[in-house]
Design a protein around this ligand. Structure first.
Ligand code: S3P
Length: 174
């Protein structure tokens, strides 16, 4: 059963590679929430992969769709929902304050070194792919520094010492 005092929307924030999807699914399961992934909702709406949206229409368009889809989460049936957002979601428009106003926000704060090592080798994500391989580590560091002030607006912060299902549940329920 979902915990009675929790809101019907929980938003998981964190940089690419922070474990939002893998940990989010497990946490949702433990809370009795339905897991949703914002990128997946964008792909359904656009009938394209995130990569195709970036390639065909650019990041500016992606950010507009991301905001629209975020707002539509209020109307979704079948909740309560735990929503894994994209790494950039809280950093554009008023998305951070919107999520804070409409649900519980939880930031998975991983150590920068862990994120860099998880992301440098894999060019699968649109924003990482476009960085020359030899610049990736520096560029990822830079992006994390720019985004951290947005992420720190979350109502709950997990990590960076230990980012686990148990820690996330403690922060959400505690
Ligand atoms: C992005 C992160 C991606 C996806 C898009 C942009 C970002 O999601 O939304 O490629 O700006 O950090 P993940 O954090 O799930 O990889």
């Amino acid at each position: 059963m979902p915990t009675a005092s929790l809101p019907s929307l929980i938003f998981l924030w964190g940089f690419m590679g922070s474990g939002k999807t893998s940990l989010g699914k497990k946490v949702a399961n433990r809370l009795g929430y339905t897991f949703q992934d914002l990128d997946h909702l964008i792909e359904e709406k656009e009938e394209k992969t995130v990569q195709e949206v970036f390639d065909d229409s650019g990041e500016g368009y992606f950010r507009l769709v991301e905001r629209d889809v975020l707002h539509q989460t209020l109307e979704m049936k079948g909740g309560p929902f735990l929503i894994s957002t994209g790494g950039g979601t809280p950093c554009y428009y008023d998305n951070a304050s919107w999520m804070n106003a409409h649900g519980l926000t939880v930031y998975l704060r991983q150590k920068t070194g862990i994120l860099v090592s998880r992301l440098t080798g894999q060019g699968g994500r649109p924003l990482i792919k476009r960085m020359p391989a030899e610049e990736r580590a520096d560029r990822i560091h830079e992006m994390i520094t720019q985004r951290e002030p947005f992420y720190l607006q979350a109502q709950r912060i997990v990590g960076p010492e230990k980012v686990s299902v148990g820690e996330i549940l403690d922060k959400i329920e505690g």
